[in-house]
Write a protein that binds this ligand. Sequence first.
Ligand code: ATP
Ligand code: MG
Length: 269
Amino acid sequence: MVELSPKHPRYHSLLIREKIVDGFRKGLVVPEGLIAHGRGECFDYLIGEATIPPALKAIRAAAAALITAKHPVISVNGNAAALVPKEIVELAKLVNAKLEVNLFHRTRERQILIAETLRSYGAKEVLGVDDELIAIPEVFSERRMVSARGIYLADVVLVPLEDGDRTEALRRLGKTVIAVDLNPLSRTSRAASISIVDNIVRAMPKLINEVKDLRSNYSLEKIREILASYNNEEVLKESIRYILNRLTELSRSLKLITYLSVDSRSTGF
Ligand code: ATP
Ligand code: MG
């Protein structure tokens, strides 16, 4: 790992990037995962690398969906396991969700490595590796294979960093799909029931806190109401408007980073 100074202006972003690269070196993340991360970084730049108000609404609804689910499942891929393994296990314990490894680029080694990573953070059971798998319709990648005791049975599935095809397929099967995706325009975001437009690194701790907060301050009836009144289309539109307004503001107030000595040398003053 490279030594990063907290004083570096891009410290947090670089720290996350190092986690992904480290995951790649360990074999958790595939090269395609690095590219997907880069796309995420771009949208993170656009939202200002902070959790935006519409994401907070989605996080609240997601917590309500997980609390009221009969059979919640958290689907885990390489990037998620590299970035937030501890939080994934903590959330699963908190809402009694099953953990399932589900990979687009599926190899047995990677499945085992991801399951081991989750176990090293305290997961007792990890599905999708050695248990019975069933193919779900209309998914054309290896992600169509899901655990008979996990996603196949699930009523609510949390899919951090998911692919559009599978989100759509899971919705067609009648499942409530919670996505974490920095891109509000992706098929995943548009097909999910609840789209958290935020970096998974920021969203997961907030989701854990939200579950705790709802549980200790609201009745089950009120939590159901929060979920029922949630409008994902509105939240996605709000996310896009947030980016639009931010860019409009920046287009007016953008400050150049100037280097006087270089400027004066090059212009001869
Ligand atoms: P879709 O299949 O939904 O149309 P896509 O093909 O554009 O989306 P994929 O490569 O399938 O994208 O998945 C990568 C997605 O994950 C991107 O939309 C990217 O913004 C998002 N992403 C990457 N890293 C993160 C992260 N750390 N937190 C949240 N989202 C992320
Ligand atoms: Mg895709």
